[in-house]
Write a protein that binds this ligand. Sequence first.
Ligand SMILES: [Fe+2]
Ligand SMILES: [Fe+2]
Length: 236
Amino acid sequence: MTTTHTLSDVAAISLAAVRTLEQHGLDYCCGGKQNFGEACAAKGLNPDSVMQEIEQAKAGSAEERDWHTAPLGELAQHIVATHHAYLKRELPVLSARMDKVQEVHGPSDAETLARMGGVFAALREEMELHMHKEEAILFPFIERYGVAEAKGIPMPPVPFGTIANPIAMMEREHKSAGGALLEIRALTHDYLLPPYACSTVAALYAGLQILEADLHVHIHLENNILFPRAIALEKR
Ligand SMILES: [Fe+2]
Ligand SMILES: [Fe+2]
């Protein structure tokens, strides 16, 4: 891997790479098509030293599943069991926290809180529908692709012409979710607690930050590994 690769190529090395990119604020997810070296330079980072850090993190991390070679169906199931399950569990919890914060602190910061509540509500609605589309339509086909590959039989035909069509739609929705996370980050000034923060505000900010990290890894696994592998299988 060299510094001329894209951020998404670098992120695909390992989850340790994802974490390192995250620590440096490098957007491997929706901004993943950017050149790694240029993205580092734009943040005033030395690309070679960040790359070295990534290599070291990879060497030091416990063995993790290599999703480039694992059966495709297993990756789809992992995403559902880990990341979709997390969202289904946490989005309602965060909504309740957001409501409580608005109720208690609305008068202290009306404009920001209203905007944040709106962005979050739209993100929740979009993600719930999005996961439903993946689980009900796209992922079952991807799993069938995985089975066809393992058995060495032709790919099953898909009702949407090419699998690239629903994938392009999912990627557009990922981009929109990424935009919502960026907006929440800006509204919270990088999750800096406001002076009026009580424990609920602190819990809300902490939860939103975990949501951001989880959603980044989730979108990364889909955009950078699952979807390209499915498209490559179809073209085979
Ligand atoms: Fe997903
Ligand atoms: Fe997705």
